[in-house]
Write a protein that binds this ligand. Sequence first.
Ligand code: 13P
Ligand code: SF4
Length: 338
Amino acid sequence: MNIEEMTRKLQTYLREASGPELRRKAELACEILQLKQEKNAVILAHNYMSPDLFYSVPDFTGDSLELSRKAAAADCDVIVFCGVEFMAETAKILSPDKTVLIPAEKAGCSLATGITAGDVRRLKAQYPGVPVVTYINTYADVKAECDVCCTSGNAARVVASLDSDTVIFLPDEYLGRNVARGSGKRIIFPPAKPDSAAGRMIGWHARCEVHEQFTPEDIARVRAGYPDVAVLAHPECSPAVLDAADFAGSTSAMLRYVAESKAPRYLILTEAAMCENVAAAHPDKEILPLCRIRCPHMALITLENTRDALKTGRYAVEVPEEIRRRALRSVERMLAIG
Ligand code: 13P
Ligand code: SF4
């Protein structure tokens, strides 16, 4: 694609951008496409990338589950992961022979830093024999201590697949509470002991710093002004928020919901860049702007540092082989469940 074509493409998504701004972004995007070809690279981008990046250079966009599948199947020498560190690390776990680059070295996640491998070892000693499910928003050494991973798109399925009434579910407190409710389990938190073998989930107190900010009162205020609004929430939001919403699902499930629904307006309780991407793709639908909270980690990834990653080979993600092998088991078990 040449610069003029890219400028026209971006114009359809970035309707408020000025001509010179569009041109500059198009030049950058074309430089990235050229470098991608030279390096035999594939760009994977999470749904939380800003519209200029999301709609220009990725080979694949998606939620955590879809992107791990793409990382496992990628036929290339280099994967550039436009997302946060745990996502790039998952790609490296699945594709150890490929170079995996993340454009911003410090793109973390409050859930991933909310639990350590030592915490998991202590939990296993405290609750011997109880299978451990870990959300994919964790680092490789934590995945290595667990039995199986899950994402927001398959958490309930993964828990249901285990041959055990009691399950340790880490580290997202709200996702744990939401999955427990859906699967008829009662959630407890350490050091509480399960009082019977049946139907217990042992949770952890980490939270997503974006999704924990949404409240049922936000929803009530918006519904009062717009009775025909459809409210969508990510399952990292609190159970009270999910109760007040019309739909809960992974980032891609929410994208599909908006595409397939006939509602005239939407409140999407998730990261702000995704709301912008939805608004850009559906000019006929109104995306209400309550959700202007950006994930500070996702926001570190830009067209500029994606170009620099391809140019300079930074920042290469590495996972020690002994940890990678054990973490791989948890990720592969999840992918087999689907
Ligand atoms: P998804 O897997 O739903 O894309 O969520 C990833 C994430 O980090 C949500 O905050
Ligand atoms: Fe982590 Fe929340 Fe950012 Fe997702 S939005 S990467 S869960 S901090």
